[in-house]
Ligand binder design. Structure first.
Ligand code: SAM
Length: 248
């Protein structure tokens, strides 16, 4: 697991992502799928700093968030005093009550790097869904992402937070021999002070991108029936979103 979301990086993540993710649009997108599938109770996995949670809370929906990082959850709790957040691992969690929809948002599936991680996650989600429950999640499309990273060795994101300019330079190493389309992601974070670029954090994590076919097979093996596949462009990366129903 990346340490990217711990300590002060959680606050910087929160600031940066709000500058390039349109969370209103993100909420509308997921909520439409949730309503279309008649789900009234929702668990968001990878709830991060609670930006989607805020929209669910404002609409008085029955929402809970789950995230691995205590620091991300701390920010989410401050932002959403009336929502419930659970510190946990998507590969092994147990809710008090099953829910009608589990959403895994913001490409959090990229942190499931082994086949075992994915199977365990789908198994846990299955156990925590009601009888006709649905899973809705996105993942980065390997077929488009890998050529993109080869053509763009350094990807730059900029953000302003509390009057400080931050720059993130990402480099994705595609020239290694890692299994399963795993990639080494190096992210250098800089703050600009008096026109001087100072490095504040150097992060390194291993992430995975998927082909649509392999994700379809993982769902089949874990007793999910695919209802809908959406080809969705998000900031910088092309993703697929899958809606699948639990088979019983
Ligand atoms: C890219 S962030 C997305 C956060 C949020 N959905 C958003 O769009 O802003 C990925 C999140 O997944 C969480 N995460 C990574 N691995 C996890 C795991 N095994 N179980 C639960 N959460 C995990 C991280 O802590 C982080 O908050």
């Amino acid at each position: 697991m990346a340490n990217l979301y711990d300590g002060k990086m959680a606050a910087i993540y929160d600031a940066m992502y709000q500058t390039f993710v349109n969370y209103d649009e993100e909420y509308t997108f997921y909520n439409n799928l949730i309503q279309k599938n008649n789900a009234s109770t929702v668990l968001e996995i990878g709830s991060g700093t609670g930006n989607l949670a805020r929209r669910f809370q404002e609409n008085n929906q029955n929402y809970q968030g789950l995230d691995y990082s205590e620091d991300m959850i701390e920010i989410a709790r401050k932002r959403n005093k009336n929502s419930s957040f659970i510190q946990g691992d998507m590969r092994d969690f147990k809710l008090k009550e099953p829910v009608d929809a589990v959403i895994i948002t913001g490409r959090s599936t990229s942190y499931l790097i082994t086949n075992d991680d994915i199977n365990k996650t789908f198994e846990s989600v299955y156990k925590n869904l009601t009888k006709e429950g649905v899973i809705i999640f996105d993942f980065i499309d390997a077929n488009r992402f890998i050529p993109f990273t080869k053509e763009n060795p350094i990807i730059i994101h900029e953000a302003v937070y509390e009057n400080i300019n931050y720059i993130r330079e990402s480099h994705w190493d595609t020239n290694n021999s890692l299994e399963n389309f795993m990639l080494e992601w190096t992210a250098k974070y800089y703050a600009i002070n008096n026109n001087k670029k100072e490095i504040i954090e150097n992060d390194f994590s291993t992430v995975r991108v998927f082909t649509l076919n392999e994700m379809e097979l993982f769902l089949y093996l874990n007793n999910f029936e695919i209802l809908q596949t959406i080809d969705r462009k998000t900031y910088a990366y092309d993703t697929y979103v899958i809606v699948a129903r639990k088979k019983y």
